[in-house]
Design a binder for this molecule. Structure first.
Ligand SMILES: NC(=O)c1ccc[n+]([C@@H]2O[C@H](COP(=O)([O-])OP(=O)(O)OC[C@H]3O[C@@H](n4cnc5c(N)ncnc54)[C@H](O)[C@@H]3O)[C@@H](O)[C@H]2O)c1
Length: 394
C-alpha cells in the first residue's frame, strides 16, 4: 500500500539513498535542516558519491519526491523515518541531545497514529527512551527501530538487496514499518527494538574488530620484516575457516569507531575487545610512520606524498578518515606532506601530478582504484593495503 513517508535527515549519506529507493513505491517527503543540501538535492545534485544515485535522484524528483528544510513537509506523513547523525561526544560517549533536539522540532508535526521509525545507529535503549518521551507528552505515536546496514558508496544498491530488520513496541508500528520496506522486495526480519539496536551495533563492532585482527597481524609480521599479505593469502587460500579475514588497512570512517564506542559505553566501558580494536586501528598510522622513520632515518628531510584522503576507497567522505591522522603525524616527522585525492573537496589538496613530481616517497591513505596502476616515477610507495600487489613491507 502506497504511504506518505517522511525521511528526517533525508539529504544525508543514509537518508538520501533511502528516499530514492522508496520513491517509486511511496509518496516520499525529505526534511533536512541543512538548507544548502536541500537546495542541491532539489536541483537533482547528489551531495556525495553513491553508485547509481544521480540517476535515481532524477527519477525520484520526476515521480514527485518533495525536499524541504521545514518540518511542515512531514504533517501528512503516516510514517516518519529518522536517519540523522548520531555522533559520540568528545568523551566518546553517546549523545542523546540530537534526539531531544529532533523531538522538540517534530512535536508540532507529530499526530496520533503515526509511526516514527528510528533508522540511525543508536545507543541501546534509545528507541524505548523516545517512546517514553512521546508517551509522556500524550502522543500516541508508534516508535519502531529499523536499522540501516548498507555500506557507504553502494547504499542505493544495498538497500534493495539486504534483509531489513523491523522492530517496534506495538503491532501497529511493526505493520507500518513492514509496509514501508515490503515493496523493496527484500527479506524482513522481526526483532524487539533492543535486539535490533544491538544487532546493528554488533554488525559494525564485528567488522571493526576483524579489521583490528588483520592490522595487528600486519604489525606483528612487519616487526619481522615479513609481508603479511603473503601470509594472508596462504591463510585464506582454499581454507574456508579464514574466508572472511579482511586485509589490513586504515579502518575508520563515520560509523565503525563511533559504534564501537557506543557499545563500550553501553558496557560500562568494560568492552575490552572494542577498546583493543580501537587502540590497534587508531594506532596503525603511528605504527606506519615509526616504520618509515626506521626505513628512512632522514625522513625529516623528505617530502611525503599522501594519496587518498577519504576514509575508504572510491569515497569522497573524509569523516573520521585516518588519512588526516597520518597527515598530522607525517607533518611532525617529515619535511613536508603533500596531499591529493580525486574525489575529496579540501582546499589543502594538490593536483595529483604535482604531488607525484614534488614528493620523494608516497603513502597510500585511501586505496582509490586509480592508485593501483599509477606511475610513481620509480619512487618508494608505502602500501599497507598491498593495493598495487607489490608487497606492503615498510
Ligand atoms: N554513513 C553510513 O555508511 C551509515 C551506514 C549505516 C548506518 N549509518 C547511521 O545512519 C545515521 C546517519 O548517518 P549518515 O552517514 O547518513 O549521516 P549524515 O551526516 O550524512 O546525514 C545526516 C543528515 O541528517 C541531517 N540532520 C541532522 N540533524 C537533523 C535534524 N534535527 N532534523 C533534520 N535533519 C537533520 C543532516 O543535515 C544530514 O543531512 C547515523 O546514525 C549513522 O551511524 C550510517
Amino acid at each position: 500500500m502506497r504511504q506518505t513517508v517522511g525521511v528526517v535527515g533525508g539529504c544525508g549519506h543514509v537518508g538520501l539513498p533511502l528516499a530514492i529507493a522508496l520513491a517509486p513505491h511511496h509518496h516520499v517527503r525529505i526534511f533536512d535542516i541543512d538548507a544548502k543540501a536541500v537546495e542541491r538535492v532539489k536541483r537533482g545534485e547528489m551531495p556525495f558519491r553513491d553508485a547509481g544515485a544521480t540517476e535515481g535522484l532524477r527519477d525520484a524528483l520526476a515521480s514527485g519526491l518533495v525536499v524541504s528544510a521545514s518540518p511542515d513537509v512531514l504533517r501528512e506523513c503516516e510514517t516518519l523515518i529518522v536517519v540523522i547523525g548520531t555522533p559520540v561526544d568528545e568523551h566518546l560517549n553517546p549523545s542523546f541531545a540530537v534526539f531531544d533536539r529532533l523531538l522538540s522540532q517534530l512535536y508540532e508535526v507529530l499526530h496520533p497514529g503515526q509511526t516514527l521509525v528510528l533508522r540511525s545507529t543508536v545507543y541501546p535503549g534509545t528507541s524505548e527512551r523516545v517512546q517514553d518521551q512521546l508517551r509522556r507528552r500524550g502522543l500516541d505515536v508508534h516508535v519502531a527501530f529499523c536499522p540501516e546496514r548498507v555500506a557507504e558508496g553502494v547504499a542505493l544498491e544495498e538497500i534493495r538487496k539486504l534483509p531489513q530488520i523491523v522492530a517496534s513496541f506495538s503491532p501497529v508500528g511493526v505493520a507500518a514499518s513492514r509496509a514501508v520496506f515490503e515493496p523493496l522486495g527484500i527479506d524482513l526480519l522481526e526483532l524487539t527494538p533492543l535486539e535490533a539496536e544491538l544487532t546493528k551495533l554488533f554488525n559494525n563492532v564485528f567488522r571493526y574488530v576483524t579489521f583490528a585482527v588483520a592490522n595487528q597481524f600486519y604489525m606483528l609480521s612487519s616487526e619481522w620484516n615479513i609481508d603479511f599479505h603473503r601470509i594472508l593469502h596462504a591463510m585464506k587460500f582454499k581454507y574456508p575457516r579464514a574466508a572472511h579475514m579482511p586485509a589490513p588497512g586504515f579502518a575508520a570512517g563515520p560509523c565503525l569507531f563511533k559504534d564501537t564506542m557506543q557499545m563500550s559505553a553501553f558496557n560500562n566501558n568494560q568492552f575490552f575487545l572494542g577498546h583493543s580494536a580501537m587502540l590497534v586501528n587508531e594506532g596503525l598510522p603511528q605504527f606506519v610512520v615509526n616504520r618509515m622513520q626506521r626505513r628512512w632515518p632522514d625522513l625529516k628531510n623528505k617530502t611525503v606524498g599522501l594519496l587518498g584522503m577519504a576514509f575508504k576507497a572510491e569515497s569522497d567522505d573524509t569523516r573520521e578518515s585516518l588519512s588526516y591522522k597520518l597527515k598530522k603525524i607525517l607533518s611532525l616527522t617529515s619535511a613536508a606532506v603533500l596531499t591529493t585525492d580525486p574525489y575529496v573537496v579540501d582546499p589543502e589538496l594538490l593536483p595529483e601530478a604535482e604531488v607525484l613530481e614534488r614528493a620523494n616517497l608516497f603513502v597510500i591513505g585511501a586505496p582509490h582504484q586509480r592508485y593501483r596502476d599509477l606511475n610513481y616515477l620509480g619512487k618508494p610507495v608505502v602500501d599497507v593495503w598491498n593495493h598495487r600487489g607489490k608487497g606492503s613491507v615498510i
